[in-house]
Design a protein around this ligand. Structure first.
Ligand SMILES: Cc1cc2nc3c(=O)[nH]c(=O)nc-3n(C[C@H](O)[C@H](O)[C@H](O)COP(=O)(O)OP(=O)(O)OC[C@H]3O[C@@H](n4cnc5c(N)ncnc54)[C@H](O)[C@@H]3O)c2cc1C
Length: 410
């Protein structure tokens, strides 16, 4: 990027979306659709519509009462604690337990990101089954697999940037186990199209499917997919279905030999080292996980900067940048810049930044020349994922559940 400059986000939403489109001509994909307006106001509206009871009954069904809160949690418009408090208040412990356990899932992946840092981009454990190393086929990135169920996943990914959790699991299993694509390549690609794209939830979920962060691979069959989609795809599907078998036969076909691999390490690009800033002023650095006007750091009486940095956000789809712009438009005290983070901070005489702690080491390394002070983010649980026995979610949930739900859920 040649130079850095300040963005003036239009207050009118349509103008803002078009403005972002003009300012980010390289950003891939479609515009953010109407139903996905970013920001805290919209997040609170969605939260008020959450139905934890129906969620508990049908979340695994493709048309179930899922919350669609993930982008709002991802960018910090809402915290896990706020969602948990809200549903506990409205529905009580027993009825909220299922939804809260899913919130804890997000927390669990995030705690693992804090603990393992960039290692989550590589195999966390030895694979339990043979894994492939194929590139992502062009027909996946074009959305034409020939399988209506998988094409629908890619269509939602491209149109909305949102995919139901069960569909994400099916798609990841199809790509990793049937097509034998290298999980990391697939995970990077998938994340780069999601509105809620989150390194921990995404990459660790792909590893969970692949079996490099779980005790067995995840795969599924036609019967299961048909059940949870209400036959939506299977009833009229005319192709020879690769998923149409019992689990034993599928396992034999998918994993014909026992040759597994030991942990594979994948490279990760980090910002270059730079000398410490000689300036004296202190500013708040707003990053992409703290986009709420209620974030405590926005209350500090000092300049606040958010930078759309090419190095960090190069792979982001247009809709994600537009969503973030919606969030930032509710935070008028924040200066929004486009360019190189370090140049922006230096140009503005910044010697030190205060920011919210993050497991994202790219952000941390980017800010290292500015003697950063990291304020802890609100904690959802107190569990320590460095304990060996908490390295699987089920045990983690067992441990944190009494704290969150206050013990007995009856
Ligand atoms: C391959 C794969 C990739 C994924 N990539 C992402 C990602 O990039 N970003 C992301 O936020 N989630 C990711 N998930 C987790 C999950 O699919 C989404 O959080 C969920 O589908 C979001 O929809 P929702 O808000 O309607 O979820 P709901 O079912 O309504 O759940 C409420 C909230 O709980 C959390 N949650 C629910 N299920 C999970 C889960 N399995 N893991 C972690 N948190 C969960 C989310 O924050 C979600 O917003 C991925 C899952 C898989 C299998």
């Amino acid at each position: 990027m040649a130079s850095s400059f300040k963005l003036i986000l239009p207050s009118d939403r349509m103008e803002r979306l078009q403005y972002i489109r003009r300012m980010f001509p390289q950003a891939k994909g479609r515009n953010l659709i109407e139903t996905w307006q970013g920001g805290r106001k919209q997040a609170l509206t969605r939260l008020s519509e959450v139905d934890a009871v129906t969620y508990g009954r049908n979340r695994n069904f493709i048309n179930g009462a899922v919350t669609r809160l993930s982008p709002y949690l991802r960018y910090g418009c809402l915290t896990l604690q706020e969602v948990s408090d809200n549903v506990l208040h409205r529905f009580g412990k027993q009825q909220s337990a299922r939804l809260i356990s899913e919130l804890a899932y997000r927390d669990y992946w995030r705690q693992n990101w804090y603990r393992h840092g960039n290692a989550i981009f590589s195999d966390m454990e030895d694979a339990k089954v043979p894994l492939g190393e194929n590139l992502l086929p062009a027909y996946i990135s074009q959305g034409i697999t020939g399988l209506p169920c998988m094409d629908e996943v890619i269509r939602s990914l491209f149109n909305e940037g949102y995919v139901h959790n069960h569909a994400r699991m099916w798609f990841a299993a199809y790509v990793v186990h049937w097509l034998k694509v290298d999980w990391r390549k697939a995970a990077d690609w998938f994340e780069s199209h999601l509105l809620d794209g989150d390194i921990a939830s995404n990459h660790l979920s792909w590893q969970w499917v692949a079996s490099t962060f779980s005790s067995k691979p995840y795969y599924f069959n036609k019967q299961s997919l048909a059940r949870f989609t209400g036959e939506k795809f299977c009833a009229s599907c005319r192709v020879s279905c690769p998923f149409d078998d019992d689990y034993e036969t599928l396992s034999k076909n998918l994993f014909p030999n026992v040759q597994t691999r030991t942990k594979k390490v994948y490279p990760i690009k980090m910002p270059e080292k730079m000398a410490i800033s000689q300036h004296s002023s202190v500013s708040v650095y707003i990053h992409d996980e703290m986009l709420s006007p209620t974030n405590p750091l926005t209350k500090l009486a000092m300049p606040k900067f958010f930078v759309f940095d090419e190095e960090m956000y190069d792979e982001w789809p247009l809709k994600r940048i537009q969503f973030i712009a919606d969030c930032l438009s509710e935070m008028p005290e924040v200066e929004v810049w486009l360019g190189d983070t370090r140049s922006v901070l230096l140009e503005n005489g910044v010697g030190q930044v205060i920011s919210q702690n993050t497991p994202n080491l790219q952000i941390k390394s980017m800010l290292s020349p500015f003697n950063p002070i990291w304020q802890e983010e609100e904690k959802f649980t107190k569990a320590d994922v460095s304990l060996k026995r908490l390295e699987r979610f089920s045990r983690y949930w067992e441990k944190v559940q009494p704290d969150i739900l206050g013990g007995d859920t009856e």
